[in-house]
Design a protein around this ligand. Structure first.
Ligand code: BGC
Length: 743
């Protein structure tokens, strides 16, 4: 399992120049004549070997040979996170014949040294401004050590929680996913590094949720659901794209000329570069579309892959293919130009490299920690709170904390930890201990079992502690290594013996608060019926323990919402809110679209999450969009905090196109706003939907908003009630779907 959870100490640190490429510099089509001229001049001087070097990525290891950098045979390098090592390698690259700097990259997925909640958690914040801010921190810390580029964000839409990589994305919804893609790319750029949107495309629809498996997605669905987050990310300045491992409709994504060349490069005008995924070029042989290494290299290159991530195939195979006339030099030059364009736009040729000695001061700063703590609070979803058990009442003086994860920094950090360290992480145990001593609580801790919970040895002790307490906090769920790449599951309950432990704790009769660590929605059907309070904490990051404690003790009210439907049973999967209607909607009738052994409804719907306060909506006013390209649907509503605590509501607007030329989803999220309200406060909120968000792609191509009736639903989750509708007298056609942009 290559989970890249490096806990490598950052020994010598640096103050780097923070790069802020302007929107103009990184916008597709925003070609800069000066840069293009410099590229021409450079390409003219390059040997084939040097060109192929730019098209090959190296991997850092302690025994990395500086000659690779000095001889110009790698254009980029992954996985170095030590500023001194990075500086040395960069200096070697600058000594190469043409002095082309190396693009330094890493998997900075949810932070570099300071970890923020994992991406699925960040999506649960429903707060693009916060996501942008945390990405900015990730970018700043990365830039400080000499990195330029992250292999993130993952913008794969997924409706299948069996797929372990849902932890790296924004969940099931195309609009939320597009907003999160744009927010991350923008924040990373503001922090000083560029993003690589991945995995292009359809990887999140792996059949049966099994990683790397094939996907079958009709082209219109691909355009309506899976492509828009990439488009939004590119519009926000995403500089590179990573091709996926999966086969899409029979053609591996890494050899897919239609998605890579036609859609991405021609239709969208993307002029950055496409990188393969790890070994995804050579795997074309295993996919059965290439009979040799040479054929694999040729297919990937000619489909549109510009850089070989694993490094050797392009270098080894392309010289002979060029010689034999199978690969035109023009295509090689195009790939090289794309790489150089990204480097020039970043200013790599013109600015000094960061001083490695100055990095330390920029890592894990108090301000970054504060942002991480705030982010943790904003991403934890309150699923259940019977009898307002939470926040903890002062009378619950004796608290029994149970669960291996509570004391395990890795579970708080989550997978893809970049350069984060366990010792910097505030665990739930540490945070609650600090609270307990300050607040006069008696806190006891019994592990019960380790985070994987394969043994029941500690159960009796944990149950004993629980029986002696006023309240039990059980921290259970998926250990960090059960989420991310290569972690598909067929069962979505609590792993191993955890369910047994939970049932024994509940059987003590003491009130139990369940805090769940997870990288995906799990099917916690028993807990949803028997445990009075459930906080879904994902992997909350470096300040995760503090964030959890803040919510448990009521310093803040939970405000996150599920970015993915939580199933009752694995058999319901794929279960997602914006499905198409059927000819036989579910009724009591046997011959309707339903199960005979389970409800259709999920355990918790998309967009769902509770608060410690209550919100009420009134005076909804709908203004229909003008039926032209500038039209905007406006829905205004008064939101009131009718409870006794401050809180944040996520107002969600869903729209349904009632009758169209193609069946349309029963509703789709079109806008949302997170609103902070003091007790008794109310505010007029206006949600705006540009009319182009109301359209869809036609089978024969093209994108249009069709005339007719649209229904509007407004509320706190995807079951929001209908509040009215509007009529579009005429339709609006677009040459292509415009990308979603941050407001
Ligand atoms: C993953 C990518 C990752 C790459 C480099 C691959 O296995 O699919 O998401 O960026 O490894 O570490």
């Amino acid at each position: 399992m290559r989970l890249d959870f490096s806990l490598v100490a950052v020994a010598v640190l640096s103050l780097s120049t923070v790069v802020q490429p302007s929107a103009q510099e990184t916008r597709p089509g925003g070609a800069d004549a000066g840069i293009e001229r410099r590229i021409d001049a450079l390409v003219e001087r390059m040997t084939l070997e040097e060109k192929l070097g730019q098209m090959s990525q190296g991997g850092w290891a302690p025994d990395f040979d500086l000659k690779e950098a000095e001889s110009g045979i790698i254009g980029s390098l992954t996985n170095a996170d030590d500023p001194a090592a990075i500086a040395k390698i960069q200096a070697a690259a600058r000594r190469s014949r043409l002095g082309i700097p190396i693009l330094m990259t890493h998997n900075v997925i949810h932070g570099f040294r300071t970890l923020f909640p994992v991406p699925i958690g960040m999506a649960a914040s429903f707060d693009p401004a916060l996501v942008r801010e945390t990405a900015r921190w990730a970018g700043r810390e990365s830039a400080a050590v000499g990195l330029h580029w992250t292999l993130a964000p993952m913008v794969d839409i997924s409706r299948d929680p069996r797929w372990g990589r849902v932890v790296e994305g924004a969940g099931e919804d195309v609009f939320l996913g597009s907003m999160m893609a744009a927010a991350q790319v923008t924040g990373l750029r503001e922090g000083g590094i560029i993003a690589s949107l991945k995995h292009y495309v359809g990887y999140g629809a792996a059949e049966a949720g099994r990683d790397y498996n094939s996907t079958s997605i009709p082209p219109v669905e691909l355009r309506d659901i899976y492509l828009p987050p990439f488009h939004a990310g590119i519009a926000a300045g995403g500089a590179t794209i990573m091709a996926a491992f999966n086969a899409l409709n029979g053609t591996p994504a890494t050899a897919n000329r239609w998605t890579l060349d036609q859609v991405l490069k021609r239709e969208w005008g993307f002029d950055g570069f496409v990188i393969s995924d790890w070994d995804s070029i050579i795997e074309l042989m295993k996919h059965g579309v290439a009979g040799s290494r040479a054929e694999a290299a040729e297919k990937a290159l000619m489909a549109g892959v510009d850089v070989d991530m694993a490094g050797e195939l392009f270098r080894d195979e392309l010289p002979a293919l060029v010689k034999a006339g199978r690969v035109p030099m023009a295509r090689i030059d195009d790939a090289v130009r794309r790489v150089l364009r990204v480097k020039f736009r970043l200013g790599l040729f013109d600015r000094p490299d960061p001083d490695p000695a100055a990095a330390d001061a920029q890592l894990l700063t108090p301000a970054a920690r504060e942002a991480a703590r705030r982010a943790a609070r904003e991403t934890i979803v309150l699923l259940r709170n019977d009898g307002d058990l939470l926040p903890l009442a002062p009378k619950a003086k004796r608290i029994a904390l149970v669960g291996g994860a509570a004391a395990d920094p890795s579970d708080h950090m989550g997978s893809w930890g970049a350069a984060a360290r366990q010792g910097d992480t505030v665990t739930t145990l540490a945070a609650l201990q600090a609270r307990a001593s300050a607040g006069g609580y008696a806190l006891t801790y019994a592990r019960g079992c380790a985070d994987d919970c394969t043994s029941t040895e500690g159960f009796d002790e944990a149950v004993q502690r629980a029986s002696e307490a006023d309240l039990v906090i059980a921290v259970l769920g998926e250990p960090w290594y059960m989420t991310a790449e290569g972690t598909s599951r067929t069962r979505l309950g609590l792993p191993n013996r955890q369910q047994e432990l939970l049932e024994r704790l509940v059987a003590t009769g003491k009130p139990v608060v369940l805090v769940v660590f997870a990288g995906r929605p799990m099917a916690l059907t028993w807990a949803a019926e028997h445990v009075p309070a459930i906080l879904y904490a994902w992997a909350p990051g470096t300040e995760g323990g503090n964030g959890i404690a803040d919510l448990l003790f009521g310093d803040a009210s939970p405000s996150a919402r599920l970015p993915m439907t939580m199933p009752r049973a694995v058999g319901q999967i794929p279960v997602y809110y914006d499905h198409l209607p059927t000819g036989r909607p579910a009724t009591d009738d046997r011959y309707s679209s339903r199960y005979i052994d389970e409800e259709n409804a999920p355990l918790y719907p998309f967009g769902y999450g509770l608060s410690y306060t209550r919100f009420a909506y009134s005076d909804v006013a709908i203004t229909a969009p003008k039926p032209d390209r500038e039209g905007v649907l406006e829905v205004a509503v008064t939101v009131a905090n009718t409870g006794a605590r401050a809180g944040k509501d996520v107002v969600q607007l869903y729209v349904r196109d009632l009758v169209a030329s193609r069946s349309r989803p029963i509703r789709q999220l079109k806008a949302f706003d997170k609103v902070a309200l003091a007790p008794g406060e109310s505010r007029r909120v206006t949600l705006r939907v540009p009319i182009d968000r109301l359209g869809f792609h036609a089978e024969e191509g093209g994108y249009q908003v069709e005339p007719g009736r649209f229904e509007v639903y407004l509320g706190g989750d995807s079951r929001a009630p209908m509040v009215g509708g509007f009529e579009l007298p005429t339709g609006v056609d677009y040459p292509g779907a415009p990308p979603v942009r941050l407001d």
